[in-house]
Design a protein around this ligand. Structure first.
Ligand code: NDP
Length: 475
């Protein structure tokens, strides 16, 4: 056997990851359910062929890897992973490590870990972010599972990972499902980032009547400042691209119906299950769901009419600055929520998630990479026990500067009838978060009135009931 590592699943991500591994000098055995894909992959591997061992059967594949065998699965998430593990199992020996690198639900990862442990096999759940390019040239890698198993593959993973100022964006984050959980929240934050960018685009397109190219120019400018990030950079590139078929900006020809594969939704579900507010992420997921039913939207736009016609005035410099700051404030709130969800999960699953490390391995390779994450990593290092991002010094000053703009933008958008669900959720969260006396006193009174749930008083200890009289639930 000549391979150091094996990889199953030569789809978009798997093929690129295999080339990345081979390029770093690790001989890699590859297998794909549909054998023709393995052949095509090998033919196109060029010089890297010398480090690729194409295999037509699972038996041959396993035999080609030096034991104890690390085997990366990069197949479709869900059922395919279980099927592939089932198929592999018979050929493996104790000590071999199966590494699921797809976008698994972390609850499946925990289950698979337990199932495999019984047969002496080790399981690692590994979140990989960065899309096709990342897989090929350096993704961000979030690992969960047994630490010793990780240590056996650490050098390969670190060599294929993205580097931020020389530091690999790859880390072991905790046992069991920790890696896939962190990847899920990464994707939830990604949904929020993307949605808030799209909402700002919507204000410029539908509020001001600007064309795609001009809007792209604004994002390109912003990418040089505090919003510097991969997503803002590609937004500019996307808005400036022409459709070869029509000559129009390509975005103007793309159907306005967003897809989703589940990770964003899982973030929202897990946040809800743990009782952690993640409203910016939740509304980003909901916005994709609303977009998906285009027929219904067309019907509703006939019933109610859409927002008024754009002003067709050029937004002045102060408006542009407000939009930039609003997006930044929304981003801070969304990250505060995402990290709060991870913080709670870390307690519930006893992962002891290293927040500064998570921020550090997101600085390069992954989809949400940004200058902002550099600040975040530094702030977390200075204050690793911060209860909420919004209470860390650097973020307090950034938010103080930015939230008035978020307020103006959300208010103007609301008056103009332009949808800004994620930005307004971020604002609502921020305002509720900093409200010393919330309105939950009324909720408690209502609950006591109809359900005799009792309430605490601000001026006296113990449980109390209200003087509701007849019609109220009896205490
Ligand atoms: P592709 O659709 O390009 O490839 C899917 C792969 O899964 C193929 O190799 C396919 O084999 C294999 N497969 C499907 N069903 C089975 C099965 N029942 N048994 C064995 N193999 C099966 O997917 P991607 O490369 O895009 O995604 C792979 C994983 O990576 C997913 O979990 C995805 O969520 C995750 N991911 C994707 C990212 C992206 O940007 N695309 C980013 C980060 C993670 P066959 O050729 O036989 O059909």
């Amino acid at each position: 056997s000549k391979a150091e590592i094996g990889l199953i699943g030569l789809g978009v991500m798997g093929a690129n990851l295999a080339l990345n591994i081979a390029e770093k000098g690790y001989p890699v055995a590859v297998f794909n359910r549909t054998a023709s894909r393995t052949g095509t992959f090998f033919e196109n591997a060029g010089d890297l062929r010398e480090n690729v061992v194409p295999c037509a059967t699972l038996e041959e594949f396993v035999a080609q890897i030096k034991p104890p065998r690390p085997i990366i699965l990069m197949v479709q998430a869900g059922k395919a992973v279980d099927e592939q593990i089932e198929g592999l199992r018979d050929f493996l020996s104790a000590g071999d490590i199966i590494i699921d690198a797809g976008n698994a639900n972390f609850r499946d990862t925990i289950r698979r870990f337990d199932e495999l442990e019984n047969s002496g096999l080790t399981f690692i759940g590994m979140g990989v972010s960065g899309g096709e390019e990342g897989a090929r040239h350096g993704p961000s890698i979030m690992v969960g599972g047994e630490k010793q198993a990780y240590e056996r593959v650490e050098s390969v993973l670190k060599s294929i990972a993205a580097k931020f100022e020389g530091e690999p964006c790859c880390a072991w984050l905790g046992h069991g499902g920790a890696g896939h959980f962190v990847k899920t929240i990464h994707n939830g934050i990604e949904y929020a980032d993307m949605q808030m960018i799209a909402e700002i685009y919507g204000i410029l397109r539908d509020g001001f009547g600007m064309g795609a190219k001009d809007i792209g120019g604004i994002f390109a400018k912003w990418n040089e400042g505090r919003l510097n990030s991969y997503l803002v950079e590609i937004t500019a590139a996307v808005l400036e691209a022409d459709d070869p078929m029509s000559g129009d900006p390509i975005v103007d020809r793309i159907l306005d119906r967003a897809g989703q594969k589940g990770t964003g939704r899982w973030s929202a579900i897990e946040a809800q299950m743990m009782g952690v507010p993640a409203t910016a992420i939740e509304s980003a997921v909901a916005a994709r769901s609303i977009s998906a039913d285009r027929e219904l939207r067309l019907l509703a736009s006939k019933t109610y009419g859409s927002a008024p016609a754009p002003t067709n005035t050029k937004p002045d410099a102060s408006v542009i600055q407000d939009l930039e700051l609003a997006l930044f404030a929304g981003k801070i709130a969304a990250y505060a929520q995402g990290f709060a969800v991870m913080d709670q999960a870390s307690d519930e699953f006893q992962w002891n998630l290293p927040m500064p490390t998570i921020a550090r391995i997101w600085r390069a390779g992954c989809i949400i990479r940004s200058q902002f994450l550099g600040t975040l990593a530094r702030s977390f290092e200075a204050d690793p026990d911060a209860e909420n991002l919004l209470l860390i010094n650097d973020f307090v000053s950034m938010m103080e500067e930015a939230h008035p703009a978020l307020r103006r933008v959300v208010a103007q958008a609301a008056l103009a009838g332009l949808p800004v669900p994620a930005l307004s959720a971020a604002l609502g969260y921020f305002d509720a978060f900093r409200q010393a006396r919330s309105t939950a006193n009324l909720i408690q009174a209502q609950r006591d009135y109809f359900g005799a749930h009792g309430f605490e008083r601000i001026d006296e200890g113990g449980e109390h009931h209200g003087p509701w009289g007849s019609g109220a639930a009896s205490a």
